[in-house]
Design a protein around this ligand. Structure first.
Ligand SMILES: [Mn+2]
Length: 454
């Protein structure tokens, strides 16, 4: 059957590994990647490998972000090759040929015909043709863009291809290898309308799941019950799954930034920190809320929460075109530092606390990261001149201040073991910004009301 996947839209047939409506979107991205490159420059991008979990079981397949960004395909074992030409960019996709036995067990494969039908590539060939076909392209290539950080069988093949012939006597001479991730990261930094739609969808699903989990909060609840609620909610709403392992930390476990055991009972009076997000239409969301499992903040919990929330609001105000992530961070730090002084945790002037980094034992991470196909979207934070990137419409970042009173820091007894983080996903717009995850309450009264609901 030769159904054009391009007619089926976003909710299209994942089983044959094709997503997205328009061929033009993918062709534009392919061409944009090499737009500033010298003629004959080649980019090679492998699909993610299938990862063995144990014996003959495998981890859920997750497509490589760069490959997905350029093709919209979830099919494993493919290779995309792009070449800069005088008139634009030429593309070739290499796909595993259809295999009746494999399809009997695992379902339909994309195959050469299926890939051609997407109209996203100039040439589509079976994988075995990659080497001879690319030899010709690579001979003339002055530069090859590769994922320099990847080490697996598929990327090893690409390394070998790229290095082959790159000697003084091959006729082509030595060539340069460049970071595909860097070049693509620059492109991925500003999201197009289609990506913003996907990020908003992902944010809406994660926000709804987060509210469900907050409603489940009650003394004696186990962290894994809240995690299960999140995961079930993501899948029920049609997301692919979590964008990363959810962090559900009750009590002092909230002070571990990437706590993942999620297996303890949460006792009356404790706070619980949930940092979780899903992947939907390929795009990530990332939300953190910290709430009282009993439904009411204690006075010290409330004092710290109020400070973190104020820091987040100050950081939101800095989220607008022309600002930098550093400015967003400093806006949060100023409020947190003043709060630590006012609450008697730190002594000294605001300037001393900030300049001397005295706040760092309590706030040891950055306020923001890019978010997109990856939860920590790997886009550069500096431009080619080394200057901090200025925020522009279409960029999407998290804003996630926190305060942590782990066992290793000095603090008034009332604060010991408290960890608080509040995190939202923010889209920069021409006017300023939009909070994509605002459907999860963060104001104290609204949080208390939500987690008291049964
Ligand atoms: Mn985050």
């Amino acid at each position: 059957m030769k159904t054009s996947a391009s007619e089926k839209g976003l909710s299209g047939p994942h089983e044959i590994g094709v997503e997205g409506p328009e061929a033009a979107v993918w062709r534009q991205r392919q061409s944009q990647l090499l737009a500033k490159s010298a003629p004959d420059t080649v980019a090679l991008v492998a699909a993610a490998p299938v990862q063995r979990r144990s014996a003959d079981t495998h981890f859920p397949y997750r497509q490589d972000s760069a490959f997905f960004y350029l093709t919209g395909l979830r099919e494993p074992e493919c290779v995309l090759a792009l070449r800069r030409t005088a008139g634009g960019t030429e593309s070739a996709l290499f796909v595993p040929p259809k295999d009746a036995l494999k399809e009997r067990w695992e379902g339909p494969m994309l195959g050469v015909e299926g890939a051609l039908a997407t109209a996203r590539f100039d040439t589509v060939l079976p994988t075995e043709k990659a080497k001879p076909f690319l030899a010709n392209w690579l001979l003339k290539a002055p530069d090859v863009l590769l994922d320099l950080g990847r080490r697996d069988a598929a990327s090893d093949v690409l390394w070998q291809l790229a290095l082959q012939g790159s000697t003084g006597r091959s006729g082509g001479g030595l060539r340069r290898l460049s970071s595909l991730g860097y070049h693509l990261g620059v492109e991925r930094r500003v999201k197009d309308d289609r990506e913003i739609e996907a990020l908003s969808h992902s944010a809406a699903i994660a926000a709804s799941a987060q509210c469900e989990a907050m409603r489940l909060g009650r003394p004696g609840v186990f962290e894994h019950e809240l995690e299960a609620c999140l995961l079930a909610s993501y899948r029920r709403q049609g997301a692919e799954g979590p964008a990363y392992e959810p962090i559900v930390g009750g009590g002092a476990r909230a002070t571990f930034l990437h706590y993942r055991s999620n297996n303890q009972r949460i006792e009356a009076g404790e706070l619980v920190l949930i940092d979780a997000g899903c992947e939907a239409d390929g795009y990530a969301s990332d939300i953190t809320r910290t709430f009282p499992v009993s439904g009411r903040f204690s006075a010290p919990q409330r004092d710290l929460y109020t400070c973190v929330l104020a820091a987040q609001h100050a950081a939101f105000a800095a989220c607008k075109p022309g600002q930098t992530l550093e400015a967003v961070h400093q806006a949060a730090v100023a409020v947190l530092a003043q709060g630590l002084i006012d609450l008697g945790v730190l002594r000294g002037s605001l300037e001393e606390v900030i300049e001397g980094g005295l706040y760092r034992p309590y706030y040891m991470h950055q306020t923001s990261h890019w978010i997109g196909l990856d939860v920590h979207d790997p886009c550069p934070y500096r431009d080619d001149a080394g200057e901090a990137v200025k925020l522009a419409p279409g960029m999407v970042l998290t804003v996630e201040p926190g305060l942590y009173f782990g066992a290793d820091v000095e603090s008034p007894d009332a604060f010991a073991g408290i960890g608080i983080r509040i995190e939202d996903d923010v889209l920069i717009t021409a006017q300023g910004s939009t909070i994509l995850t605002a459907a999860v309450p963060s104001a104290i009264n609204a949080v208390e009301a939500l987690c008291s609901e049964v």
